[in-house]
Design a binder for this molecule. Sequence first.
Ligand code: FAD
Length: 498
Amino acid sequence: MSRPPKAIIIGAGIAGIAAAIRLRMQGMQVVVYEKNNFPGGKLNGFNSDGFQFDAGPSLFTKPELVEELFLLAGEPVSAYFSYEKLPVSCTYFYEKGPIVKAYADQQLFAKELAEKLGEKEENLKNYLKKSRVVYERIGTVFLNFSLHKISTFFKANIGSALKAFRWSHLFKTMHQLNRASFSNPLTVQLFDRYATYNGSNPYQAPGMLSLIPHIEHNEGAYYPQGGMISITNALYQLSLKKGVLFEFEAPVERIIQTEGCINGVVVKGTNIPADIVVSNMDVYFTYNQLLQDNRKAKKLLKQERSSSALIFYWGMKTEFPELGLHNIFFSKNYEAEFEHIFRLKKITDDPTIYINITCKCEPGVQAPRGKENWFVMVNVPANDGQDWHAYREKYRKSILSKLAEILQKDIASLIETEQVLDPVLIEAGTASFMGAIYGTSANSKTAAFVRHPNFSKKIKGLYFVGGTVHPGGGIPLCLQSAKIMSELVLADVKKMHA
Ligand code: FAD
């Protein structure tokens, strides 16, 4: 009997783990090599003096994509993972302005926008209706299929996508589209913010990104019990149960190929053979370091990086009842903020501040009773050699002063523990080029089409998953990249045996 084909996965990020489960369930022998001593990549967490922190992602959407992996593996999801739908997806604070709660109940949210911002209730309803159409007809083609295979045109419902397509999705920016949909600039700012969900600029990114609010407002935002790290833990346990092997502290040094066919990888100077290799490493570094293909790596540099993040993890001595799980403190001049991030590549004097507090969902578990775990994040440019030490100091001061003014408390004196993450540390931690958190930005009309495919056109047996390749960054998209990749592998294997 012939042995099952062997797949090597480079990286145990969420996309790498999902890829491992899928290939294992296709009958392959799967080994994951991870440079760190833990799984999850950006989706990890840590404890500091009794405060639990999610290190990276904080917003959980599309839980069915996690569940799908359990279904595929024939394991009960409830034994590994549980989550709840949030009644309020985010609380928005405007400087010297109203506080707006984004209720999951659309009627309540429409009423809130009408009462606080004078927005007509039907504006929200119409917007979310259109957002649903764009997502369901066009977005699903991007999310479910490779854009680089002719077969997609036969499998995907392209006719329906074309019918739903409007030139304004491409030729109007997201901001222009939002401005045409809402009357109050503060509502426009609220919906412009969704461009940051894939590290982009609403003043440049195409109106197509207006499909993102559909996911949060029509489908819902969720909280996973135990915090975001529980997604990694659940999928890691599932892959172990199914027989995936993991090697930690095992950075892949090179991908080996002969005459356009994959042979395996080099780890710690040893050649390890494989039938297929899946890179979950940043695609730029895969070409630059593992394939030493500088020409291709240079070509990839033409695509603009997504934004990065500066994060303060603060253990707070007291509770703030006015805050929820997700909170946004908007800047006054949103356009200037994005101009700084993407064109000037500097930080601004007045950043939009995001605070995530998981103990709001699990009091006494995520933080000691009577205290709070604050994940305080601002969007910043990808690392281009800026003085991050100076930027950290500057932002710490401006964040503290803005929050003190809005929350009417001396925030600095209430910080009990502190850790910081900046773009340089993000790059060092997960080998993410320039510390970009979503790979490339979606700022251009062609971004979705030029993102690297989930397979190599030159090397047979080499595939790609994760936030730096199709369909893009963010947990749901990373999970989809693994699905698309596994379907490509299946089709290639079938072709080989035909
Ligand atoms: P990664 O998580 O980067 O994993 C890649 C793995 O490969 C790493 O473990 C790395 O160590 C390993 N590796 C690299 N090189 C090698 C090598 N040579 N050999 C072996 N291993 C190697 N997404 C959301 O959905 N919601 C959010 O709210 C959200 N917020 C975010 C906030 C922050 C601060 C950050 C950083 C990201 C956020 N994201 C969010 C984005 C999301 O985290 C990423 O898109 C996703 O986790 C990327 O997963 P990945 O598997 O592609 O890559």
